[in-house]
Design a protein around this ligand. Structure first.
Ligand code: GLN
Length: 487
């Protein structure tokens, strides 16, 4: 049961081939047998989950199911608030924090009868590209336990790749859904900024953060997006557009005549060789199918890492000022004076990378440096956004690899933050512009590690992205089988 796709699970439940409790028990067994090695979950409450599944079965037996999704399990990253559950953001400073309310996305999932599986591991406050920055544990890549699953939503990606769940939620500020989806061989979508409410997502960089789905098939992405999207009075940045309709993925689309933006040869030399090879192979296949491939000028995008790391750290230094020992989570009780209380709580509560970013952000916002760093980065951000607007006058969609490399070894980049930041070279510009993008499986490298392909679309054109994702997913070149046995 656990090795079924999301679509097979959804149809099996609705045809009553199995009950939600049977399904959930199979996943709980799988978690018990493999999560000691993977470490995707920070905690799990089997009794609570079983109770929710039994309630769902009862509803279905009485013909009162809440929706077509009633009884489907979904994993939740540990920075999305669930009433009465711990929400630690992978940080010691929130180790004992219990959320007093549901995030909007959680309310929506509950109202449709989804069975929630909190709490999936992540880089502390979503800062990282490998999940090594969690204060609690390092999550491992199900394809190779010596390697990272990507980050920051490493727990959300690894749980789906290891068949501990069919779908999960993560958050993406600069690549944290797409990059781990790529490295774990599954699907992961960052919606258009404003498509999904951020109410109840613990803020990292508010102008970039979006919640989005991971799935082991493309229908799961389309379905979850339709459930979680929509305007929300509690998030003034959520967009007033009609809610996203799950698209039917039964019909194949014709890529003939589709204009696809691609990266010129000169941009590809820094990528791992297998990634370059796979990218060329897939472009050749698309050309054969009649797509017209248009080389775009990405030279401005070389600046996206510095722009992103100035804006994201500036916003994080402001957002994380609320963790001061007074209002939330950990407090150093030994402090004698108020100033000491703030300082020692934050010194002990935050990890190294979070402190580095708070320092960087505070510096670039300080008077005297504001114009030189933050002000410049804001202007450059507009240029990146404008470059995409120009791209989409010429093409329907853009196709790139999601990450320049496949999964690297645990510990390989922890000593050199700049190398770690470079893992996001192909994902951050999408957040700076506020566009939607997906990562889909794109075959394996010579070490049998997954390669990810990123499809970026124009604002609110998730439907178009999913259609190309579906077409690419049917090609033999992109197929990846998820690991059944994990040692
Ligand atoms: N790796 C990037 C960072 O560390 C992106 C993280 C994210 O998207 N949350 O900021």
């Amino acid at each position: 049961m656990i090795h079924k796709s999301y679509s097979e699970i959804k149809s099996g439940l609705s045809k009553k081939e199995f009950t939600s409790l049977e399904l959930i028990n199979a996943y709980l067994d799988r978690i018990k047998s493999v999560d000691d090695s993977i470490k995707a979950f920070l905690s799990i409450d089997p009794e609570k989950i079983r109770e929710a599944a039994s309630a769902s079965d009862k509803r279905r037996a009485e013909g009162k199911e809440l929706s077509e999704f009633d009884g489907i399990p979904i994993g939740i990253k540990d920075n999305i608030c669930i009433n009465g559950e711990k929400t630690t953001c992978g940080s010691k400073i929130l180790e004992n924090f219990i959320s007093p309310y549901d995030a909007t996305v959680i309310q929506k999932l509950k109202s449709k009868g989804f069975i929630l599986f909190p709490r999936l591991n992540m880089d502390e406050f979503a800062m990282g590209s490998s999940t090594e920055n969690s204060s609690f544990q390092i999550t491992r890549n199900p394809f190779d336990l010596m390697r990272i699953p990507g980050g920051s939503s490493g727990g959300s990606a690894a749980s789906v790749a290891a068949s501990m769940l069919p779908i999960s939620l993560g958050s993406d500020t600069g690549g944290s859904i797409r990059q781990p989806a790529a490295l774990c061989g599954i699907f992961g979508l960052k919606p258009t900024y404003g498509r999904v409410s951020r109410y109840g997502l613990v803020a990292y960089a508010s102008s970039l953060d979006q919640i989005g789905p991971f799935s082991n098939d493309i229908q799961g992405i389309s379905d979850i997006l339709s459930v979680i999207s929509g305007k929300d009075e509690n998030d003034s940045t959520s967009a007033k557009i009609s809610s996203y309709e799950s698209i039917s993925l039964n019909d194949s689309i014709d890529v003939k005549g589709l204009k696809i933006g691609i990266m010129p040869e000169s941009e590809r030399s820094s990528w791992q060789e297998d990634v370059q090879k796979k990218y060329s192979e897939i472009l050749a296949k698309l050309k054969e199918l009649g797509a017209s491939l248009v080389e775009l000028d990405f030279s401005l995008h070389h600046y996206s890492i510095p722009i992103y790391y100035i804006i994201a750290t500036a916003e994080c230094s402001s957002n994380l000022s609320r963790f001061d020992g007074i209002r939330y989570g950990y407090r150093n009780e030994e402090a004698k004076k108020l100033e000491d209380l703030y300082t020692s709580t934050r010194t002990k509560g935050f990890g190294k990378e979070v402190k580095r970013r708070i320092l960087l952000g505070t510096f670039s916002l300080s008077s005297g440096y504001y114009d030189a760093f933050y002000g410049q980065a804001q202007k450059a951000r507009v240029l990146i956004r404008n470059s995409y607007i120009e791209f989409f006058k010429k093409v329907d969609l853009i196709l790139q690899p999601t990450s320049p490399t496949t999964a690297f070894k645990i510990g390989e980049k922890t000593k050199d933050p700049i190398q770690m930041y470079k893992a996001d070279i192909l994902t951050t510009s999408v957040n700076l512009a506020g566009l939607p993008a997906i990562s889909i499986p794109g075959g394996l490298d010579s070490n049998k590690l997954p390669i990810g392909l990123q499809i970026t679309g124009n604002f609110f054109e998730e439907g178009k992205i999913l259609s190309l994702a579906k077409a690419l997913g049917e090609m033999s070149e992109t197929k990846i089988e998820l690991p059944k046995v994990i040692q």
